[in-house]
Every structure is written in C-alpha cells, then in structure tokens.
Design a protein around this ligand. Structure first.
Ligand SMILES: [Ca+2]
Length: 447
C-alpha cells in the first residue's frame, strides 16, 4: 500500500499552458446517484476544487492548477479566476503547491486576526516527494498570508524516497475545534488531528477504518444526520468513491455508498473530488432536489457531479433525470408531485444513470397514487454486470389502485441478481395503463 505510485500529491496533472480560464455560464444540473455533468472550468491541470456555499451571495471556489506555474486559484461564481497563492521563492513549497482546503472561522496568527484558513500541500522536489502541509490565512479569500512557520504537518519520514503528507481536508467542529484529515504516504495511512488555533495540531490519530488503496480527498459533516460524508480516490485508477460514516466519528465505519466511474465523460476527469460545503465544512444539501454536489477535475477541466439516492420531485418541471415512457399528459413535477396519464401497456419511469453498491442498499421506496384498475406494479433494475433491464431482474409489488396515496417499500434484495453495482432502476406502476392518472411523490433507494 505505502508504495503505490500516485501519492505524489503535487504532481497531479501535467504542467501545461493556461488555455482559457473561464467559468461557463451554467453550473449545470443533473440527477443521478453520482453522475458527472457540467464542465466548469476549461483550464489545463485544474484539480482539487474547495467549494464554499452560503458565504455571501456567490459560491466561492479555490483550486490548484499547474498552468502558468503552480499555484492556487480563486473564483466567485462567474468571475474570472485569479491566482491567489504562489509558490515560495525557496523552501518546502518552492516547487509546487496544490490541494487547497478552505474554511471560514476565527484565526489569529502572524500577529493579526483572520477569517479564512487554507491548508495546502507543497513540495520543493521536482519529483513530488517530500510533500508537507502548510497553512495560509486571509480576510477576504483573495489576499493570503502564509503562516510564518510553515509547514504545520510533516511526515514522520521526510526522506526524499517518500512523497510525504498531503490531501488535507479541514472542517470546524460544533465546538470550534479545527479537524484535519490527511494522508501520509510513508505509512500508507490516513490521519486525523485537531487544533484550537488552526496551527498547532494535536497528536495525530491513524484512521484504521479507512479503505486500502484509496486516498481521502474531502470530508464534510452533516449536522442533521450526525455523520460524515467522505470522498476518496482510488490509488490505482481515477475512480471516485463516496462514503458515509456509520456514526458521528470519522473513526466509525466508512460505508461505501456510490461510485463515480473512472471515465466520467470526455474531458471531465475525476481526480481530487470535493464536496460543496458551508464555510465551516458542513455539507451543503440543495433544497428541493436534495442534491449534494461534488467537484472534481484534472488535466482537462473541472466538473461537477451530483450525489443523491432520493428523488423528491420538489422543483416544478424538474424530473431529476428520470424519463417517462408509454405515458401521456406529462408536464413534469408540479408542487412536489409528478402526475401523468398511463394510457398504454408497460408505462414506466427510467432512472438516470446511477452507481450504487447493492450491499449498501436493499429497498426501493416509492410514494404513488394509482387510479388505474390494474395494480400489478414492478421495479426493474440493471447492474454493472448485466447493464440492461430484464424480467429476471425485477421485483413485483402491489401498486394499490383506487387513487389514494400509498408508500410502498419494495425489497429489491429479494432478487438474487441485486448484487454488485446497481446502474439503473425502472419503475412500472402498472402493467397496463387504462387511461388513468398516476402520481409520484418520491422515489428513494434506501438501506
Ligand atoms: Ca415529492
């Protein structure tokens, strides 16, 4: 594990000329468990976007780029990106800097008060070895002062054979403590450490529960759910994994919930995924859609993906990536309910592309009103191994007729082919539509 080759934190992305750094007007939308969508920034070698929502009217993003010399860039929504942190002229971060993680809080260092802290990886080695983690502080997110006594975290083994420490991700706890998660290539382990001032971190704690052959790239806490969301990247591919902790501690079990495949789509690459977070590191969940956004990128540009297993249809006209077949009078969701008329055989709804581990999910829950006389409902699914819908990959349920609202819990694990990675779901409310109305309140895939 320790000697896998990708831990050269600051060599992610080939150095190349800055082509054109513009934010596309649309930040995009999408609907799937984790599906890449909008190309965000068309630069070379952009990676590790640290995204803050709710700090002012615009989203803010800091990321690292090797274009025009290694540095950390910043933008607020549509603004032209600007370079906000440079390499030092000499010393530990003089060759490359990367992987910023930014939080907002109250900090005091270098003899003055600051409101933003950035943690980043740096190296003075052209081969990317001997990386350390340093801190910088700012009052506006644009003008940064490096901590005078950087680096703040180093590997136990700082010889040039190891790439050192990197991939810092930082949150502020409810009690105001600063929590950092990072990776040390010398031991092949992830560590957490805690600080009161953002500079002096306690004795590090190894996370023995972190998956092997993966690097954690970001953490985000959910106060409402009392658990952590974690993104990781495979050390042997560009596959991204999504984890949620079983309990409120990063030391509790990491349960894998979704995958973003290695080849997301053309020119949208997958490295260094980060959550959209509030300024203290709490996860941002979009109201209505329930989407949680992941930003990632490398080499070609940056991209945004969505993570959800619940489609609530709360936004008028937004089918959240679902497609209706063999129905009529479909205007999409209105005031939280998606209604249409089933008028043919095999009316059904097709999910967007998803990548869900069957072992973490067993049940499809659907709230539906059915005015047909037929009540022969069925849920089909497809998998990575059999990536098509078929009768032997389905579970029947009684979709109660009469037009009342009912919530059905369909145990998909009852079908022995519900295994591996689930790549799509098809909902057939009835086998034959009798020119009657159906309404969907929500579709969820749950544990
Ligand atoms: Ca709804």
């Amino acid at each position: 594990m320790a000697n896998k080759t990708v831990q050269k934190f600051c060599l992610l992305g080939a150095a190349a000329a800055l082509l054109l750094c513009i934010l596309l007007k649309s930040w995009g939308s999408g609907a799937a468990a984790v599906t890449p969508n909008t190309a965000l920034i068309r630069c070379n070698a952009d990676a590790a976007p640290s995204v803050i929502y709710g700090d002012g009217p615009q989203m803010k993003m800091w990321w690292s780029s090797n274009a025009n010399g290694s540095g950390i860039y910043y933008t607020a929504s549509q603004d032209t990106p600007v370079k906000v942190l440079e390499r030092s002229d000499d010393g530990w971060d003089s060759f490359r800097i990367c992987n910023p993680s930014v939080i907002k809080g109250s900090f005091y260092t270098n003899g003055q008060a600051y409101t933003y802290a950035m943690y980043y990886t740096g190296t003075d080695q052209t081969d990317g070895n001997s990386s350390h983690i340093g801190a910088a502080f700012s009052n506006n997110g644009i003008d940064w002062d490096k901590y005078a006594r950087n680096p703040i975290i180093s590997s136990d083994k700082t010889d040039s054979d190891h790439s050192g420490v990197g991939l810092p991700s930082v949150c502020i706890s409810a009690g105001g403590q600063i929590i950092i998660l990072y990776f040390d290539s010398a031991t092949g382990k992830h560590y957490t450490a805690v600080s009161a001032d953002g500079i002096n971190f306690t004795e590090k704690t190894p996370l023995v529960n972190a998956p092997e052959d993966e690097y954690s790239t970001d953490i985000a806490y959910s106060q409402t759910e009392g658990k952590w969301y974690i993104t990781t990247q495979s050390s042997i591919s560009e596959e991204i994994h999504i984890y949620e902790t079983a309990e409120g501690s990063l030391a509790s079990k990491w349960e894998q919930k979704a995958t973003l495949p290695q080849t997301a789509s053309e020119k949208q690459e997958n490295q260094s995924p980060r959550w959209t977070r509030y300024s203290n590191g709490t996860i941002y969940v979009e109201s209505g859609s329930g989407y949680q956004y992941i930003y990632h990128g490398h080499t070609q540009n940056s991209a945004r993906s969505v993570y959800t297993t619940r489609w609530e249809f709360a936004v008028n006209g937004d089918r959240q990536g679902w497609e209706a077949v063999n129905i009529t009078k479909d205007t999409g969701p209105v005031e939280g309910f998606w209604t249409f008329i089933t008028n043919k055989e095999n009316p059904h709804l097709l999910s967007p592309a998803i990548e869900l581990p069957a072992s973490s999910y067993s049940t499809v829950t659907i709230r539906i009103a059915n005015q047909n006389t037929d009540s022969a409902g069925k849920i089909y699914f497809k998998t990575a191994v059999e990536d098509f819908y078929s009768e032997d990959k389905s579970v029947s349920f009684t979709c109660t007729a009469g037009g009342g609202w009912y919530t059905h819990h369909i145990n998909m694990a009852a079908n022995k082919k519900w295994t591996g990675t689930i790549t799509g779901i098809r909902v057939d409310p009835v086998s034959e539509g009798t020119v009657a109305t159906c309404g969907i309140d929500f579709i969820r895939v749950i544990e």
